[in-house]
Design a protein around this ligand. Structure first.
Ligand SMILES: [Zn+2]
Length: 378
């Protein structure tokens, strides 16, 4: 990994790592302390009694209960978010978010959470209280349909709420991209550029949609910092994800998770002592809350599996890009991305095992250098 960072930039990276670590320790301890004090002081049962003054309808109670919890917890985490964006990211030269953008983003995300979260929560409560025996199947179908909907329309409907997307302009890069896509027989429906520089100097690229709605999105920050070959290598990696059916596999893995989640939820809902443990009378919203609180060890375990699968997919996409395009360009692109994002070059292997969705830079470079460059027809 020699040469990824210049000497002074490496010192900056180490300092960044220290600052980020201290920050996450403090914010993590804070949210743990808040949760414990709410639990020990009977805060949830107090809130339960409070909302029962306004309605006794299960849907109304669930909306009020989780609306208040969601809003308050977002308010509590806001100072940390502001510090992270306007202090840490600013200090290390990443932040470009204006206060105005931050406020507008906040309002929009609250609105989205209220509309979609409210709608899904209402339907799930309705399925449980009104239809009963079909609960598992209905809740599963609803969440699955929603995630497919979001996946398909992500770039068309949701991203434009926060960013401006423009088609990649005509020119050398676009021609070379089209030539590459032709060589691997892949039809992209649009190549877009997103104004990521509106919020941060960090660079990225992603692929979204499926079927007749395949889109590749480049951050403007990526285009300004990388050579054409590096950009195409990144695109080839993204196409590799699609070719190896990672989008579909991801959806199926998500469906399995959803099915398991609702099964555990239905067990929790039929266990009244859990609401009692939170100091209140049984009700759908209290059952759901106890589920949310107690499910986190399970989701940590599921996270290990999901990350493991994701890391394997990254290797496969890298392999695809190395074979169908240029291994050296991909390696250069990954090095430059790591350096620009001040990535940690030497994370602890255990931390990688638990938390990393991507292999480390060293692991990826080693895998890429092992790929035998095959001669492809044209
Ligand atoms: Zn990838």
């Amino acid at each position: 990994l020699k040469g990824v960072y210049a000497e002074d930039q490496y010192r900056k990276q180490q300092e960044f790592e220290r600052v980020k670590y201290k920050f996450s320790l403090i914010s993590g301890l804070f949210s743990f302390a808040v949760l414990m004090s709410v639990l020990l002081s009977g805060g949830f049962s107090f809130l339960d009694l409070y909302i029962r003054q306004f309605t006794n309808h299960p849907i109304g109670m669930a909306l009020l209960f989780f609306g208040i919890i969601g809003f308050l917890s977002d308010l509590l985490s806001m100072p940390f978010e502001v510090y992270d964006t306007f202090r840490i990211e600013q200090q290390f030269g990443f932040n470009t978010t204006s206060v105005r953008t931050y406020v507008v983003d906040k309002l929009k995300s609250w609105l989205l959470a209220a509309v979609f979260g409210g709608l899904i929560l209402s339907l799930i409560v309705y399925f449980y209280t009104e239809i009963g025996e079909w609960f598992l199947l209905l809740a599963f179908s609803l969440v699955t349909a929603f995630s497919i909907f979001v996946n398909y329309f992500y770039t068309t409907l949701f991203v434009p709420l926060f960013n401006k997307l423009t088609p990649l302009e005509e020119g050398v890069l676009k021609n070379e991209i089209e030539k590459y896509c032709l060589s691997v027989n892949f039809r992209i429906h649009s190549i877009l550029v997103i104004d990521g520089s509106k919020r941060s100097k960090r660079a990225n690229a992603y692929f979204s949609g499926f079927g007749h709605n395949k889109k590749v999105v480049f951050y403007d920050t990526l285009l300004s910092d990388h050579s054409n070959d590096e950009i195409i290598a990144i695109l080839a990696h993204e196409i590799g994800h699609y070719r190896k059916k990672h989008v579909v596999k991801g959806l199926i893995l998500g469906m399995l998770q959803t099915a398991f989640l609702f099964w555990v939820l239905s067990v929790f809902l039929s266990t009244p002592f859990l609401s009692g443990a939170l100091g209140s009378q049984p009700g759908f919203h209290m059952g759901l809350l106890s589920f949310v609180l107690l499910f986190s060890p399970f989701s940590a375990l599921i996270g290990i599996l999901v990350n493991y699968v994701s890391r394997r997919h990254e290797y496969q996409a890298d392999y695809f890009a190395s074979v169908t395009f240029k291994a050296q360009s991909l390696a250069n692109a990954l090095k430059r991305l790591s350096a620009n994002n001040l990535s940690n070059l030497t994370p602890h292997p255990l931390y990688v095992f638990f938390r990393y969705s991507h292999p480390t830079l060293l692991q990826r470079l080693e895998a890429i250098s092992n790929v035998k460059q095959e001669e492809l027809p044209n």
